[in-house]
Design a protein around this ligand. Structure first.
Ligand code: PGA
Length: 253
């Protein structure tokens, strides 16, 4: 059984006090510890949030970004060892906002994947197509190139330590969600692409999350698809009740 995961990407929301409030509300919420829950606060709040996580719950702390170099003259950047020192276990790599707003290239994302794995942290590699690519039905080729350029240099023993998040850009923060059929089709395509390169056994070990306007009222339908192993949640992860309801939607399947 692949690990089921619900991850909350808080993006550039919540100051320190608000972040502490949100994690204490999540701690109090009722959900199964069979689901791995990961929260991604801003860098500023990671240390305090990681310290406040209820250790009886299956919750971990992640970082929204990292720089691939171990240290040095990179003003404003944060390294893997810094993240580890404050309790980070997971790192988002290649979120579409990093790719589009901050011009992160596939080669740079590849360096980040290597740095994160070297540090024995778990990368969540984000991929997904913009609307104009979906409109011409080229989404599979587009996502395959993202995988090939930043992930497929890894050994099987390395890629099986990664989590993948499929996030169609046209669904992020827009209220438009991929239908469960569209999500399943892409998740299966991603899994088959991994199987073509690394074999079925490796492909079947990798959790693939869906992201893009996933909410309490559509999560169960998305998570019920055979190749959808959970969600990467943005806006709906900022309210503990809604986030807990998304986690609990696994109980409805
Ligand atoms: P959204 O964001 O749930 O607000 O659409 C998802 C994401 O960007 O990870």
């Amino acid at each position: 059984m692949r690990q089921k995961i619900v991850a909350g990407n808080w993006k550039m929301n919540n100051d320190l006090n608000q972040s502490i409030q949100l994690i204490s509300d999540i701690n109090k919420a009722d959900f199964s510890d069979k689901i791995k829950v990961i929260v991604f606060p801003s860098f500023i709040s990671i240390h305090s949030v990681a310290e406040k996580i209820d250790t009886n719950k299956n919750i971990s702390c992640g970082a929204q970004n990292v720089h691939p170099k171990p240290n040095g003259a990179f003003t404003g950047e944060v390294s893997t060892s810094m993240l580890k020192s404050v309790g980070v276990e997971y790192v988002l790599v290649g979120h579409s906002e990093r790719r589009e707003i901050f011009n992160e290239t596939e080669a740079f994302l590849k360096e980040k994947i290597d740095a994160v794995l070297d540090a024995e942290l778990t990368p969540i590699f984000c991929c997904g197509e913009p609307l104009e690519i979906r409109n011409i039905n080229q989404q599979n080729q587009f996502v395959l190139i993202q995988l090939q350029k930043s992930l497929f240099h890894l050994l099987a023993s390395e890629i099986e330590k990664c989590i993948i998040a499929y996030e169609p850009i046209w669904a992020i923060g827009t209220g438009l969600t991929a239908s469960s059929a569209q999500a399943q089709e892409m998740h299966l395509f991603i899994r088959n692409s991994i199987a073509d390169k690394y074999g079925v056994e490796t492909a079947n070990k990798i959790s693939i999350l869906y992201g893009g306007s996933c909410k309490a009222d559509n999560a169960a339908e998305l998570f019920s698809q055979p190749d959808v192993d959970g969600g990467l949640i943005g806006g709906a992860s900022l309210k503990a009740n809604e986030f807990a309801a998304i986690i609990n939607s696994f109980n409805l399947i």
